[in-house]
Design a protein around this ligand. Structure first.
Ligand code: 5RP
Length: 232
């Protein structure tokens, strides 16, 4: 039985920057979907637009497609669009798509503006193929030009992690504060996010960050075998 007047139907994404470019990329991704696919779905507005476009194809063509979402907002969007959701315990994704905040010439990434980098990295590592979907603003000569590296931190480890991060010579370290709630952002895993700014990200930073006790994951994705799909 379906819920009547489901509050999830009122889910709307806010203003989307570079929407036309993102919609072009969304159409390229939606065209790749095959009947029966289990698709890993990243977070952010580009992933959301791709999901909307896939849902259009599912409806028009009667496809059976299941999603493994990486965040609450994408899970809600799937529910509103009638795309069944599964999980990594039950299924391996056939392929995954996800957005990025920065992409360097070697296809290293910064992700996590939306705070979902832990599940995003888990999904990318679990998936045989990942497409990173990007508008032209995402290409940078050097990671860290526009965005900090987000680091998800177990709350009780915040002070220790804050001290340990200084070893990597950042230019600034900030606890990410919430909007629409007092205090810091709390991730879907119950943790905090610390944004770490660098003037040039040091070699080996992804491993160094992960080795700090209390760091759950970072938004640095270095050396992942991803394929970029952009608006051309
Ligand atoms: C969320 C992410 C997003 O993929 C990234 O922030 C890109 O977002 P958008 O598609 O809205 O530009 O990593 O954690």
């Amino acid at each position: 039985m379906k819920w009547k007047d489901n509050i999830i139907d009122s889910f709307v994404w806010g203003e989307i920057a570079r929407r036309e470019e993102k919609e072009r990329v969304a159409r390229l991704i939606a065209a790749m979907v095959k009947d029966g696919d289990v698709v890993g779905i990243g977070s952010g507005s580009t992933s959301y637009l791709a999901l909307l476009t896939i849902a259009g194809r599912v409806k028009r063509e009667g496809l059976f497609v299941r999603a493994i979402p990486t965040s609450l907002e994408i899970t809600m969007a799937c529910a509103g669009l009638g795309i069944p959701v599964t999980n990594l315990e039950e299924n391996r994704p056939d392929w995954t798509f996800d957005g990025a905040d920065e992409i360097d010439p070697d296809l290293n990434l910064i992700k996590g503006r939306g705070g979902a980098m832990f599940r995003e990295k888990l999904l990318i590592n679990s998936s045989p193929k990942t497409y990173i979907i990007a508008d032209s603003s995402k290409r940078v000569a050097r990671l860290g030009e526009k965005f900090p590296v987000p680091v998800e931190v177990f709350p009780q480890a915040l002070t220790y992690v804050g001290q340990a991060l200084k070893e990597l010579a950042p230019t600034d370290i900030r606890l990410r504060m919430a909007e629409g709630k007092d205090g810091p952002i709390i991730t879907e895993n119950g943790n905090l996010i610390v944004d770490v700014w660098f003037d040039g990200i040091p070699e080996g930073a992804e491993v160094a960050l992960k080795s700090i006790t209390g760091v759950i994951e970072s938004g640095l994705f270095t050396g992942y075998a991803v394929e970029i799909v952009d608006a051309g």
